[in-house]
Design a protein around this ligand. Structure first.
Ligand code: ADP
Length: 250
């Protein structure tokens, strides 16, 4: 689904991504791991169009999508989740979901005067879709909660929910488990697995928690110093000498 070929991203003379090549198979939940500073986030940002690569290519299927801006990739179904922007914190969970699809009739002043009926129908459809998403994620009780009041794990669920408001094909998730309690982590991984199995989402997940990676991801890609060190099953890669050396320095 995604193929990265000899990708470089340099910041001045510093090679954050230094010739990385990898593939993300359609229908997989691919894990991306590696020590801090390995270049994982930078690689994510280049694939998702947030950063332009210094050199190298990114393909989505057969299409060369190198350097396309995030909104064009978004329309192709490639989404990168981000922590909620500050300005969305004061909106409710449902409002946060409803605004994802964009291009709504009610966004222009003229339309709010002359096309009230259409706006009402669009809003109703969006509200229904948002409520289905909240049910799927088992957080319907948070419908009217301000997003800023959510716990870290609940915010992650909302990020996942935002991808469900549009027809996503491939979702890049950053540090799913960071600061999330065990119960909520279970809810999040269940949601990821169900989105993968029932809705055909492909995922690429950056994560540090090896327990979480082992249960959720196959295959796992290991990065170190801007390069891909290994790709394989979670068990297999943890027995790989190079990987052990990169993690433990021996
Ligand atoms: P990881 O996600 O694996 O921890 P990052 O991709 O965040 O790694 O960072 C890789 C390296 O690139 C780090 O040493 C980081 O300091 C550097 N880096 C990341 N973004 C920038 C930037 N905008 N300018 C300069 N250096 C950066």
């Amino acid at each position: 689904m995604i193929r990265v070929e000899d990708l470089h991203k340099h910041f001045g003379g510093f090679r954050a991504v230094d010739g990385a090549s990898m593939t993300i198979e359609k229908g997989s939940i691919t894990g991306l791991i590696g020590p801090n500073g390995a270049g994982k986030t930078t690689l994510f940002n280049v694939i998702a169009g947030v950063l332009k690569p210094t050199s190298g290519r990114v393909f989505m299927g057969d299409e060369d999508v190198t350097g396309l801006p995030p909104h064009e990739l978004f329309h192709k179904g490639l989404l990168r989740t981000f922590q909620l922007a500050h300005e969305f914190s004061s909106m409710t969970v449902r409002e946060n979901l409803m605004m994802v699809p964009g291009k709504q009739t009610g966004e222009t002043i003229v339309n709010t005067w002359f096309r009230r009926g259409q706006i009402d129908r669009e809003e109703e459809a969006l509200r229904k879709r948002a409520d289905e998403v909240l049910d799927f994620l088992t957080i319907r009780h948070l419908t009217h909660e301000k997003a800023g009041n959510l716990s870290g794990g609940q915010k992650k669920l909302l990020e996942l929910g935002r991808t469900m408001m549009v027809d996503a094909n491939i979702v890049f998730l950053d540090e799913v488990g960071a600061g999330v309690n065990r119960t909520l982590l279970g809810t999040i991984s269940d949601a990821i697995i169900r989105l993968n199995k029932e809705r055909g989402y492909t995922f690429c997940v950056i994560e540090h928690d090896m327990d979480f990676i082992g249960k959720l991801c196959d295959p796992v890609i290991v990065m170190a110093e801007g390069k891909v060190l290994a790709q394989g099953s979670a068990e297999g890669i943890m027995q790989n000498e190079q990987v052990i050396e990169a993690y433990l320095g021996r």
